[in-house]
Design a protein around this ligand. Structure first.
Ligand code: FBP
Length: 343
């Protein structure tokens, strides 16, 4: 667990505990807690409720399709990307808990307007992960991580506050908008999942202490990129999908939204991989608001997360939107993949 978090150790809250109550119970464990962390988390969960509500009726509310603009990644921006980004910024900026934010949809640091307090935390997020799935009604999500600021208290946050390694994450989480909406988070000690009940308008603890299996039977990768991979990765995929004496053939599952593919991997085991290829020399996924927060969760659940050479959490970020190759999941499955990839 990160030393600088102002919330107590993970609780063994009973199933059905609300997220709010779960956070307050943890806060009470920490005599020095100021309530800042709990306050920030409540704003994140409120933003998730607003986004989830819009996603669930996207086809009816004219929010499908593109805005016609291109983001810093060179991607066509979806209307829901914009809506989700604005919802998180508007919900969090006035709360006084953060000093700066970083988003997939915004080129530079998102400053907190001067009329609001400059808080002690730093929030990074992918407002809508899996944008390609929006118009086809497949699972999408929101990914976030929280760091403590490095620059002096009370001053506007800077890029330096955003360029922090995953190993200094205070908390990370994601929301998956799927058959049901779930918020999964960790402060490093355990991973807890909460399911949203739209009838009550609240997240309830449904998956306490998620532990990833040591080995799974599912691999998740976009095989359409096969010809752009290194020989090592090609050999790994050829091996994992072929039955052999001491191994059965793994099943391929690829939803095309990292948040959903990693969610399944956390619950069922196996491995999710987005390697570098001739098109994406550094891989496709972004370090600060995709790979790092998901790596933090996978490791907290007992899994492994590597860029092929080192733990993703040890990577020192240089740029806000830098990319990284990703190998994450069950320890035995990631070890197999790295053995091939490094050969
Ligand atoms: P965004 O949708 O946030 O840009 O995320 C990137 C992403 O959609 C991941 O969620 C997913 O794992 C990957 O890209 C899918 O990429 P591809 O279509 O190349 O397999």
């Amino acid at each position: 667990m990160s030393s600088s978090v102002s919330i107590g150790p993970a609780q063994h809250s009973p199933i059905g505990t609300t997220l709010e109550r779960h956070l307050l119970d943890r806060q009470r464990q920490m005599p020095r807690a100021t309530g800042d962390f709990t306050g920030l988390f409540q704003q994140i969960s409120l933003a998730a409720k607003i986004i989830g509500s819009r996603v669930s009726k996207a086809g009816l509310s004219g929010i499908l399709g593109r805005t016609g603009t291109t983001n810093v990644q060179g991607e066509q921006v979806q209307k829901l990307d914009d809506f989700a980004n604005a919802t998180i910024v508007n919900t969090v900026e006035a709360g006084g808990h953060v000093c700066v934010m970083g988003s997939e949809e915004v080129e530079g640091p998102i400053q907190i307007p001067s009329e609001y307090p400059q808080g002690k935390y730093v929030l990074q997020f992918d407002p809508l992960d899996g944008s390609g799935n929006i118009d086809i009604n497949a699972s999408i999500g929101t990914i976030f991580s929280i760091h403590r600021r490095l620059t002096p208290d009370g001053t506007p946050g800077t890029l330096r506050d955003l360029l922090q390694p995953g190993s200094d994450i205070v908390a990370a989480g994601y929301v998956v908008y799927g058959s049901s909406n779930m918020l999964v988070y960790s402060t490093g000690d355990q991973v807890d999942g909460f399911t949203y009940d739209p009838g009550v308008g609240e997240f309830f603890l449904s998956h306490p202490n998620i532990r990833i299996p040591q080995r799974g039977s599912i691999y998740s990768i976009n095989e359409g990129n096969y010809h752009g991979w290194t020989e090592g990765v090609q050999k790994w995929v050829d091996w994992i999908k072929a039955p052999s004496e001491n191994k059965r053939a793994y099943r391929l599952r690829y939803i095309g939204a990292m948040v959903a593919d990693v969610h399944r991997t956390l619950l069922r085991g196996g491995i999710f991989v987005y390697p570098a290829d001739t098109k994406n020399k550094q891989g496709k996924l972004r370090l600060l608001y995709e790979a790092s927060p998901m790596a933090f969760l996978v490791e907290a659940a007992g899994g492994t997360a590597s860029d092929g050479d080192r733990r993703i959490l040890t990577i020192e970020p240089k740029e806000l939107h830098q990319r990284t190759p990703v190998f994450m999941g069950s320890p035995d499955d990631v070890a197999d993949a790295l053995r091939f990839a490094r050969a």
